[in-house]
Design a protein around this ligand. Structure first.
Ligand code: IVH
Length: 705
């Protein structure tokens, strides 16, 4: 029997809703509920239906994120409301002055919403009746470039707003709407402002693949994101790892809004201030509609608390996976914003309290060449020391031969350097000094500066051909093997490694495990206690987690995360070593490039011999624990209405401690709906979908059991 068109249409609608929900869970909330395989299955089914019945396809379907035909130029599009800039300064005094001006104009206590100032590219998203209609870059603030097709390819940009619950307060975990069953209507027009950026880890990965393909790397994540956003071919944008974070409602209109006392049919033209009382509520609404907010957005009670927040973020800045260049303070109450108004440049109710810049100019004293773990020769700039964003920098990477030639930096030049996250500082460009006589162009050596072996060119790289025979490669390899993410051997830093290799005590990594205290006593700086302690630490490290060992081997492309994935999947080094590329590619997150590098590593005779030698010293490699099953594993809960004997957050904590999840909206996949007093519309929906409904007592009994 074949399905009727109505049935197919309903199935497609169901699939779209389900896929959208999983997209949101994955990309916005970072807590997926299903495996990639199960997701792909839903996606393939929807695509098959839409291919067979093209008229059933909708523009906001999750299948429509693939990119469209290239444009010849980007259209100029007017913004719904002017996208102003921000008043900014690095000085706490200026932040205090901003606060004084605000307090003069506002009666009563003044609260701010404080959030990171994301260092990306500003973007306006416009939703008409809940569906993404257009996306526009900031441009001159009044009009920008229409990049709608490009924005559609960004997974964290919803193609359609969620029919949301309107949270009364911002969920501190950013995990989704909290509290209140009061449903927020879908606006007829919503203009959202936010930032498009690239995570540092994705950026580095992108640059690595570009360099390997012989392309120029991007100077920084901001340029990479801005370039990707302004592509004429959205299919290229789709391959770039872009993220969107929303931070402002530029404008909102409702068609039928009882809250505003509106007339049922007339579209009410309101500004954000008429729809919400505070920015916190507006942010909660954005979150409820399925947009992702910047992490760690917080309400602060006064300017001193804001200054402390700034200091805290400045400290944590290097730990983040994205660049921020300060914090933004916004007056939380919306009504007084109108009274404060704006200059032509910035609103008077917001302030960007910036961090010290991470770019500085200094003199390049000399260029040397470093030999890396895999034999790559990297030109390194030795600099006149300079403070960059609170850290003294005296060396910076010049990437590789091609980059060095392209930037044409030479000893003696004035250069602009830049630091991002924890990565080593880079030389961005040469600063022109008209009239100064420059030094000679730098040439990469024709032999390895460490071992004198010949070098070979591999794409843009120059590589020492001596591999494990090169002391530099051996030293870097050992440093990595014993590093914190690897065997984590205390007391075995780079200086000691250099001594051990230099004195000929260690000719391959396995030799470490034969060292005796007597051997070490020969070395400079080693007395009895230190020698004994180091040998003990080395011996202890033979019992270690499999994941650490895999990471420590230094397989190209295999960082700590991939090592953990491999350990969980194969659970035994011998099995991993034998795994065929096709088998490796079955593992989530491992593509053809990585699988090729892994098999090449293990099939290399010299590497294999080195690994065998290490293992012959008696290692115990511990696989990760098997996931134990818990009572509520895989079951999802939705709450509606008031609970009397337990708070929502406590209920959530207990569900999660038993392996369950708390989600915000009801679907056929929902395990249970928990109904408290004065339930919202979710209770009705659960009944319609046949989701089991528990009252508070039944819920508590379930937790007890
Ligand atoms: S609020 C007019 N919040 O910084 C107020 N802006 O230098 C609306 N930016 O062009 C902007 N992170 O694109 C706001 N959390 C944040 C932000 C942020 C980054 C950008 C914004 C603006 C630029 C000003």
């Amino acid at each position: 029997m074949t399905a009727t068109e109505g049935e197919v249409r309903r199935r497609a609608d169901r699939l779209r809703a389900e896929i959208r929900r999983h997209d949101h869970l994955y990309h916005v909330e970072s807590r997926p509920e299903i495996s990639d395989g199960a997701y792909d299955k839903l996606f393939r089914e929807l695509r098959a239906i839409e291919e067979a019945f093209p008229h059933l396809q909708t523009p906001d379907s999750p299948t429509q994120r693939v990119g469209a035909d290239p444009l010849s130029e980007l259209p100029v599009v007017r913004h719904v409301a002017t996208m102003l800039s921000l008043d900014s300064s690095e000085a706490a005094e200026d932040a205090r002055r901003f606060d004084e001006r605000v307090r003069k104009a506002v009666e009563g206590p003044v609260e701010y919403l404080a959030e990171p100032k994301l260092d990306g590219s500003s973007l306006e998203l416009v939703y008409v009746d809940g569906v993404l209609d257009r996306a526009v870059t900031r441009g001159n603030g009044r009009e920008g470039e229409g990049v709608t097709e490009n924005a559609r390819t960004i997974p964290s940009v919803p193609l359609r707003l969620r029919l949301a619950e309107h949270p009364a307060t911002l969920d501190p975990s950013n995990g989704g709407p909290s509290a209140s069953a009061d449903a927020l209507p879908t606006p007829s027009l919503l203009a959202v402002r936010g930032e498009v950026l690239m995570y540092l880890s994705s950026f580095e990965e992108l640059n690595r693949t570009r360099v390997e393909a012989g392309l120029e790397p991007y100077a920084n994540p901001r340029n990479a994101a801005a370039g990707a956003l302004r592509q004429l071919d959205s299919r290229i944008t789709r391959t770039r790892p872009l993220e969107f974070f929303a931070y402002d409602i530029l404008h909102v209109e409702w068609r039928d809004d009882s809250r505003l006392g509106g007339d049922a049919d007339a579209a009410l033209d309101t500004n954000t201030g008429a729809a919400f009382e505070t920015d916190e509520q507006a942010a909660g609404a954005l979150q409820g509609w399925g947009l992702r907010l910047p992490d760690r957005t917080r309400k602060v009670a006064d300017i001193e608390e804001a200054i402390a927040y700034h200091a805290e973020f400045a400290r944590d800045r290097d730990d983040l996976d994205y660049e921020i260049d300060g914090v933004v303070l916004k007056l939380n109450a919306l009504a007084p914003r109108d009274a404060l108004g704006s200059t032509s440049h910035h609103p008077r109710w917001a302030f960007a309290f910036k961090f010290a810049p991470r770019q500085e100019v200094t003199r390049l004293e000399r260029i040397t060449v470093q030999v890396g773990r895999t034999g790559k020769l990297t030109p390194l700039a030795l600099l006149r020391p300079v403070e960059v964003g609170g850290v003294t920098v005296s060396r910076a990477s010049l990437h590789n031969r091609e980059e060095l030639e392209r930037r044409d930096v030479r000893a003696g030049d004035l250069v602009r350097i830049q630091r991002a996250g924890d990565v080593i500082p880079q030389v961005v460009e040469r600063v022109e000094e008209p009239g100064r006589t420059r030094g000679e162009p730098f040439r990469m050596p024709e032999e390895c500066p460490r071992c004198g072996a010949s070098v070979v060119e591999e794409g843009p790289f120059v590589v020492c051909s001596n591999r494990l025979g090169c002391p530099a490669q051996l030293e870097r390899g050992i440093e990595h093997f014993v590093s914190r993410g690897g065997l984590d051997i205390e007391g075995l830093g780079s200086e000691t490694v250099a001594l051990l290799v230099g004195e000929g005590l260690v000719r391959q990594p396995a030799d470490l495990f034969d060292l005796t205290p007597a051997d070490l006593l020969e070395l400079e700086g080693f007395a009895e206690t230190r020698s004994r302690k180091l040998v003990e630490a080395i011996q202890r490290a033979k019992k270690t987690e499999l994941a650490r060992f895999i990471y420590g081997l230094g397989i190209p492309e295999v960082g700590a995360t991939v090592a953990r994935v491999l350990a969980a999947e194969f659970r035994d080094l011998a099995i991993l070593r034998e795994a065929a590329p096709e088998r490796l590619e079955e593992v989530e997150g491992i593509g053809p490039i990585m699988s090729e590098k892994i098999t090449r590593f293990f099939n290399d005779d010299a590497r294999a011999a080195s690994v065998d030698a290490i293992l012959s010293k008696g290692f115990e490699l511990i696989p990760p624990p098997e996931q134990e099953s818990r009572a509520l594993d895989g079951r999802s809960f939705v709450f509606t209405g008031r609970l009397d004997s337990i708070t929502r957050s406590e209920a959530k904590r207990r569900v999660e401690s038993l392996g369950g999840r708390v989600v915000s909206s009801v679907s056929t996949a929902t395990g249970y709906l928990v109904r408290g007093g004065k339930p919202g519309s979710k209770a009705k929906k659960a009944e319609e979908l046949g989701v089991p409904v528990l009252d508070e007592q039944a819920f508590l009994r379930l937790l007890e059991e």
